[in-house]
Design a protein around this ligand. Structure first.
Ligand code: PEP
Ligand code: MN
Length: 262
């Protein structure tokens, strides 16, 4: 069902008036984790000032270590909802448990399924049963075919509103956190009718690579970019090394947009 052979025209995912998978690239920015109302609001305010519409923030954080910050959970989703309403931003947030999907519909505009859960089949099926866009991230060790089959799980239950997200895969290379598989973008665009975006934060893990990786992603045909922004990355409770601060974000976004115009 996700293949181009089955449906030739591009699927355009609509979220609060934003069209993902249409002509214009779209942007999803926000902090790695929702840490507090103030921290989240500071980033959202800046996004609003830039005319951006899609806001991300993690409330349920699937962390590698059980001793790391696990997110604020439902409290985090409440904060996101309140801030989303204040600034009229669409909320993108990760859900990690199938039984949370139904309740999460009250809080989020897009359900994110993270890399670590790309093959959590019960979660995929549950996300397929609801009428809400799903942002599905590629597993860090998943082939493109496995990624497409994960999306197929969702569509097969009735939900075609899927945004695929390339977020880097694990290779032997340690210069970057993951290896951004940039050619997965045109392959996925060719093989499927779904929109494809690139998460430059988790794929590179390096602030200095966010802009070049974003330019490369748009040049190769991505429908959008995801990146993380925090008011004070040095004290962030997750991904402190790779989030942009607000000034860095201004400069990043300015350069990305002017590059797009040329
Ligand atoms: C995230 O986007 O918050 C995240 C945890 O990313 P990933 O699932 O790609 O590691
Ligand atoms: Mn992160």
């Amino acid at each position: 069902l996700v293949s181009r052979e089955n449906k030739n025209e591009n699927t355009v995912v609509r979220v609060k008036g934003v069209r993902i998978g249409d002509e214009q690239p779209q942007f999803i920015f926000g902090p790695c984790s929702v840490e507090s109302y103030e921290q989240t609001r500071a980033v959202a305010k800046r996004m609003k000032e830039k005319g951006l519409k899609l806001f991300r923030g993690g409330a349920f954080k699937p962390r590698t270590s059980p001793y790391d910050f696990q997110g604020l959970g439902w409290e985090g989703l409440k904060i996101l909802k309140e801030i989303g309403e204040e600034f009229n931003l669409a909320i993108v947030s990760e859900i990690v448990h199938p039984s949370h999907i139904e309740k999460a519909l009250e809080y989020v505009d897009v359900i994110q399924i993270g890399a670590r859960n790309m093959q959590n089949f019960e979660l995929l099926k549950e996300a397929g049963r609801v009428k809400k866009p799903v942002l599905l991230k590629r597993g860090m060790s998943a082939t493109i075919e496995e990624f497409m089959l994960a999306a197929e799980y969702i569509v097969s239950k009735g939900n075609e509103e899927i945004i695929l997200c390339e977020r880097g895969i694990r290779t032997y290379e340690r210069a970057t956190r993951n290896t951004l598989d940039i050619t997965s973008v045109p392959i996925l665009k060719k093989e499927t009718h779904l929109p494809v975006i690139v998460d430059v934060t988790h794929s590179t893990g390096r602030r200095d690579l966010l802009l070049p990786a974003s330019k490369a992603a748009l040049a190769i045909g991505a429908d959008g970019i995801m990146a993380e922004v925090h008011p004070d990355p040095a004290v962030a409770l997750s991904d402190a090394r790779q989030q942009m601060d607000l000034d860095q974000f201004d400069s990043f976004f300015e350069q990305l947009i002017s590059n797009e115009r040329n």
